[in-house]
Ligand binder design. Structure first.
Ligand code: ADP
Ligand code: MG
Length: 548
């Protein structure tokens, strides 16, 4: 039985598996490429096209083509195609189905047990949506793993000896992430993470498109080229190709023709770096913020700086990182690293899942190596046979542990006591971002606002912006509960609120009004699909024929 790692990217996805020699390998898609555009084209009511052809239809059939769906993961939105309703989960499931189909074709082995990667920046709802996308696609999602952790596994900087601190700079097609990871023995801990999920290679492409259009219009000022979708579609595709070419050559030409007008534009790497320099600096500013956060957490230096994401193939990335921070970076298969690392991770999870007596096996959350090493030799042998690896490898893998952090701050809505009118509301954060999971921060005390209050509403909010802010607008309400039936209390009666979050990101809140002892327990229902909705979506997705 093979285990697969899937990098479900914003713009490109990739599947890897562990080959006969025990090394991760990429399962090429139906057109022989390593990565597949994460684009879905609802060609007819029954047929869906995923990948390059879908991407090439994007501007021509804008109402039937979906790109960048990952940016919507975890959001409660619906999209309709040919009269059928879809969610971000079901559209992602179509991508996953096609990836699985192609991988089965390539390896000759069915894809069932998988690990899917998510940006470290993803919150609880987005991670849950990703799991559900896998389930809708009929896959058994062993776990979702942060992309930088997978990348670190690929770069083999995770070694049992000593302690290492790693900075991962991931510039993909639609997201940017920087993450600091600490590896100590078999434990991988995410120290902190930051990013911008609206910044990626597509922004570089857009700058080239604008440059090409401007050049064309400079020669033909009366042309209506900017309104022509066919032309813009071609230009977008050409722009990405030019960008990729400029990673290995220093100049590239492009010929444009529209309504009898022609223009020939030459773009040098130097000019390209000028028109996109500001984008790169934005990633460096975020990197600086990450380095500062890590420093506050006691990280003085980095043993490795890893470049991940296809866009880090642009030479300016490593060059500017070296100039600004003095870091020497590692660059190796940056757009395949996450999938290959995920395949390794899938193997680890699979070993733990199939070893008996392993408590976490029901949830698919592997945690401990203790029980695993205590597993009987016969059990270890069976798992080794099942997965086609050696018994030593099974024992080694079973020891590995990955710990993650809370990606964002969580808190409750309170009235600002500094406001004389007691009108201003804000979020008081109780669980700071980058706390290691499982997390149980100190209990915090709040007070009732008015005299004779008999009930208290507890509203739980999650940080929505890139940094922690107490403004409601920078946070999102994710749950609420009520303590009621209290005797009328004087103003400022104490209420204690305790937050805990387990390893899989489930948030539990306990609030107690101290005078009456009345309390409230909330286990946060991640707003996602219900079991029934997943089942329904699975049937709907299974009905389509897929092609690439
Ligand atoms: P995702 O963010 O979807 O995981 P990838 O890591 O595969 O994406 O990165 C995709 C981005 O990398 C795209 O914007 C693509 O144009 C860009 N890219 C791929 N190869 C190169 C290259 N040789 N030079 C510059 N950019 C590249
Ligand atoms: Mg990626």
């Amino acid at each position: 039985m093979a285990t697969y790692g899937i990098d479900l990217g914003t713009t490109y996805s990739c599947v890897a598996y562990i080959d006969d020699t025990g090394r991760p390998a990429v399962a090429k898609n139906m057109v022989g490429e390593d990565t597949t555009p994460s684009v879905v084209y609802f060609e007819t009511p029954d047929n869906v096209v995923v990948g390059r052809d879908a991407k090439n239809s994007a501007k021509l059939e804008p109402d039937l083509v979906v790109s960048l769906i990952k940016r919507q993961m975890g959001q409660d939105i619906e999209l309709s195609f040919h009269g059928t309703t879809h969610t971000p989960e079901s559209i992602s499931a179509l991508i996953l189905s096609e990836l699985a189909r192609a991988a089965t074709e390539f390896t000759g082995e069915p894809v069932r047990e998988v690990v899917i990667t998510v940006p470290a920046y993803f919150g609880v709802a987005e991670r849950e949506a990703t799991r559900n996308a896998g389930r809708i696609a009929g896959l058994d999602v062993l776990n979702v793993v942060p992309e930088p952790v997978a990348a670190a596994l690929h770069y083999e900087v995770v070694t049992p000896a000593g302690e290492r601190t790693i900075l991962v700079y991931d510039l993909g097609g639609g997201t940017f992430d920087t993450t600091v990871i600490k590896v100590a023995g078999n434990e991988i801990n995410v120290v902190c993470t930051d990013g911008d999920h609206h910044l990626g290679g597509v922004d570089w492409d857009e700058r080239i498109v604008r440059h090409l259009l401007d050049s064309f219009l400079a020669e033909h000022p009366d042309s209506e080229v900017a309104d022509n979708e066919d032309f813009l579609q071609e230009l977008t595709i050409a722009a990405e190709e030019m960008k990729k070419a400029l990673s290995s050559t220093t100049s590239r030409r492009h010929n444009m023709r529209f309504g009898g007008d022609t223009a020939r534009v030459e773009l040098t790497r130097e000019r390209f770096e000028q028109i996109t320099g500001e984008l790169l600096e934005r990633t460096l500013d975020i990197t600086e913020r990450t380095v500062a956060t890590a420093r506050d957490k006691g990280v003085a230096s980095f043993d490795d700086v890893l470049l991940v994401g296809g866009a880090t193939r642009m030479p300016a990335v490593a060059a500017r990182i070296a100039e600004r921070f003095g870091f020497e970076t590692k660059l190796h298969d940056p757009d395949l690293a996450v999938a290959k690392g995920a395949a390794r991770f899938a193997l680890i999870e699979s070993v733990k899942l199939h070893l008996p007596g392993e408590e976490a096996s029901q949830s698919g959350q592997a945690t401990a190596g203790k029980q695993a090493t205590a597993a009987s030799p016969a059990a270890v042998q069976r798992v080794a046979d099942q997965l086609g690896i050696t018994t030593e490898a099974v024992r080694e893998l079973a020891k590995k542990k990955v710990r993650t952090v809370v990606p964002r701050a969580f808190g409750i809505k309170v009235v600002d006591s500094a406001d004389p009118d007691l009108r201003r509301q804000k979020v008081a954060h109780i669980l700071p971002p980058n706390t290691a999971l499982p997390a149980s921060p100190d209990t915090e005390r709040f007070g009732t606002v008015e005299d004779n209050q008999t009930e208290i509403e507890i509203e739980i909010w999650e940080q929505a912006g890139a940094t922690v802010s107490e403004e409601l607008a920078d946070n999102a309400a994710i749950g609420r509960g009520l303590i009621n039936g209290m005797p009328p209390l004087p103003r400022n009666s104490p209420i204690d609120v305790t937050f805990t979050m387990n390893e899989t990101g489930v948030l539990r809140v306990h609030a107690v009004e101290l005078k009456s002892g009345k309390d409230l327990h909330i286990e946060l229902q991640i707003q996602g699909l219900t079991e029934e909705q997943v089942e329904k979506a699975r049937n709907a997705v299974a009905r389509y024929t897929l092609s690439e």
